[in-house]
Design a protein around this ligand. Structure first.
Ligand SMILES: Cc1cc2nc3c(=O)[nH]c(=O)nc-3n(C[C@H](O)[C@H](O)[C@H](O)COP(=O)(O)OP(=O)(O)OC[C@H]3O[C@@H](n4cnc5c(N)ncnc54)[C@H](O)[C@@H]3O)c2cc1C
Length: 594
């Protein structure tokens, strides 16, 4: 089993030369987050996550969290101690607002810290991700009293948050949920119902757990319109604001899963004892779905990050193995000795594919996260609007493209290990098992593709997607002067053209009302979009690296150019291979009776 070493050079390069950290650090309230300070903070974060969280990844997988006889969830050995270090060292709220006790770093930097947590220990990191989402939801939609009572403890990590949407009959179709919320004379509600698949729905790490629960008031309309959001604490607060009486909710069982064993996935029953679980309305009645989207959008970027994280971890793991494993002679070489497998071209191709995709995904993740900071802090309304549109467009792509590719990279990692990858002892298999959930939760990747095609592409009558494609085309001009990038440039131009044509084709289907054909092409379109976005940002990386910024080692920059070129010349061309599937229409799919 190997460790994790954050690749700070690639992280800092991507922050500064691809995602515009400097611009972000000029935003109101973020001036302290200049690149040098951020570099120092991330070095510290990298040390913490690689030394404290990464060593628990394997024990978390083997032991898993368990439901004890007393009905409480127990986390694997070492998790409690590590969590208490996590909160005492301030990483829990590093990017959250200072007024609630957070560190006030940009969201962009928070994303890097979270990426490190996920790379070190994906299952453990989910507890933090949902807590961050709960802070955002309460800040945006909670009453002043609610904020004063709960946010600070969430920010410092003493309490945790969860997100409760799913029910046995309500998965992708959240509007089908049945959990009931009945209003009481004192203005509180009593909740009755069962939620399934609740990540970190119980644990022994924090003193209290705040469940954000979607439920339906008795006379609410059917579907998503009738849903409200409630804050349901595990322990109700006493007169001092401390956890007191136990609320009427309990964990009925834990799911047995393919991966992320340390993350307890709970079935929670609300109101089982009869009186109902006490809940407090967040925002207004019947606005729950909209308000939950605050949490879900953040979580979608957070899940997309898991693709980057798993890609990185699987790559590092495979690289180490490939340097050590000796097998086979080099074809055509005079020497008769066997060589480390890293010398075989096919193994090098696998490793470079993993490195290249991971760096492309990281670029897309950071560029998207930077828009989050512009959205909350840009000076002009115009820039904030642009950020809002970009975030809306890119979020489903970050979620779905990065997680699909993350699974493929984890699978390639197993392949590099040969048979030793398929057996459990090297750890490569864990990354593949852990990665597999990411395309499923937070809205399956199929649902993300539908969101992209039906809601995001039509934004501003196509102007939002058109703006991004326009910027991609601008990148071509920056590549013109470099002979080494000539082929990459040609491939990028072709790929952008292909994306523009697919977008137009889908737009025409929507205008014609041929929704089934548009939906039939949604998943390959999202994939095409992701690959081309990756190409655009890897082109930006290549141009910046050729410019030889002095703060990076020449060897790192040379490798960056090579990695970007590999993406541009050998991975990017696959984007246009998806066009027939995008434009294939629904007829062929409908012609099979199954
Ligand atoms: C480990 C784990 C952790 C989870 N954590 C949480 C959590 O913390 N909180 C929470 O609320 N939920 C959580 N979930 C639930 C998760 O978000 C759902 O599983 C997911 O949204 C899919 O719902 P489903 O499982 O009911 O699948 P279904 O909705 O039944 O989907 C099955 C398949 O049909 C497709 N499909 C469904 N509807 C459509 C449609 N309209 N058009 C096209 N295709 C469609 C889907 O893409 C999928 O491929 C978790 C799930 C797991 C497994």
């Amino acid at each position: 089993m190997s460790g994790y070493q954050p690749r700070l050079d690639d992280i800092m390069f991507t922050l500064t030369h691809v995602a515009g950290l400097e611009e972000v650090s000029k935003l109101e309230g973020l001036q302290h987050a200049d690149p040098e300070t951020v570099g120092t903070i991330l070095e510290e974060a990298g040390r913490f996550f690689s030394e404290v969280m990464a060593p628990l990844n394997e024990v978390g997988d083997q032991q898993g969290s368990v439901l004890a006889e007393d009905g409480a969830v127990k986390t694997p050995d070492g998790f409690r101690e590590a969590y208490s270090k996590y909160i005492s060292s301030g990483w829990a709220g590093a990017h959250l607002p200072e007024k609630w006790g957070g560190g006030g770093l940009p969201y962009l930097v928070g994303v890097v810290i979270e990426e490190m947590f996920k790379t070190a220990n994906m299952a453990f990191s989910l507890a933090a991700m949902l807590t961050h989402g709960a802070v955002e939801a309460l800040e945006r939609h909670g009453s002043e009293e609610m904020k004063a009572s709960y946010i600070e403890k969430l920010v410092n990590g003493e309490w945790a948050g969860t997100m409760n949407l799913t029910e046995p009959e309500a998965g992708s179709d959240v509007g089908a949920l049945r959990t009931k919320a009945v209003k009481q004379d004192d203005g509180t509600y009593r909740l009755f119902g069962t939620k399934i698949f609740i990540t970190w729905g119980d644990q022994d790490l924090t003193e209290n757990i705040l469940h954000l629960v979607l439920a339906r008031t008795p006379d609410a309309p059917a579907g998503t319109r009738g849903i409200s959001m409630f804050l349901v604490p595990k322990y109700l607060l006493d007169e001092h604001g401390e956890p007191g009486e136990r609320n009427d909710l309990k964990v009925v069982s834990l799911e047995h899963k393919l991966g992320i064993h340390a993350s307890p996935t709970c079935v929670i029953s609300y109101g089982d004892a009869g009186q109902g679980a006490v809940g407090y309305l967040v925002g207004d009645e019947q606005e729950g779905m909209r308000n939950m989207f605050t949490m879900m959008n953040m979580a979608r970027v957070g899940v997309g990050m898991e693709g980057v994280a798993i890609g990185e971890r699987a790559y590092q793991h495979a690289l180490r193995f490939a340097r050590e494993r000796v097998q086979g002679r080099l074809v055509g070489a005079k020497a008769r000795e066997s060589v480390p497998i890293i010398e075989h071209p096919d193994v090098r191709r696998m490793l470079l594919t993993m490195k290249s995709y991971t760096e492309a995904m990281r670029s897309l993740l950071y560029v998207t996260a930077a828009e989050g900071d512009h959205l909350s802090r840009a000076e002009t309304e115009e820039r904030r609007e642009l950020a809002s549109d970009r975030l809306a467009l890119l979020t489903p792509i970050v979620k779905a493209w990065c997680t699909d590719v993350g699974v493929e990279m984890a699978s390639l990692g197993v392949q590099v290990h040969g048979g030793m990858g398929y057996v459990e002892e090297t750890g490569a298999a864990q990354f593949l098992r852990d990665s597999r959930i990411a395309p499923i939760y937070e809205g399956t990747n199929g649902i993300q593709a539908i969101d992209l095609v039906l809601r995001k592409v039509p934004m501003g009558n196509g102007a939002v997607v058109g703006g991004v494609i326009g910027e991609m085309n601008d990148e071509l001009a920056t590549m013109e002067d470099y002979e080494d990038l000539a082929l990459f440039r040609e491939e990028l131009a072709t790929a952008i053209q292909g994306l523009a044509e697919s977008t137009t084709w889908l737009g025409e289907r929507l205008v014609e009302g041929d929704i089934q054909s548009a939906l039939a092409g949604a998943t390959p379109y999202l994939r095409q979009f992701g690959i081309v976005l990756g190409g655009w940002l890897m082109a930006r990386s290549a141009v910046a690296a050729i410019g030889a910024p002095p703060e990076f080692e020449p060897s790192f920059l040379a490798e960056k150019v090579a990695t970007a070129r590999f993406y541009g010349e050998q991975l990017l061309p696959t984007a246009n291979g998806l066009v027939p599937a995008v434009k294939g229409g629904a007829a062929l799919l409908d012609s099979v009776t199954f």
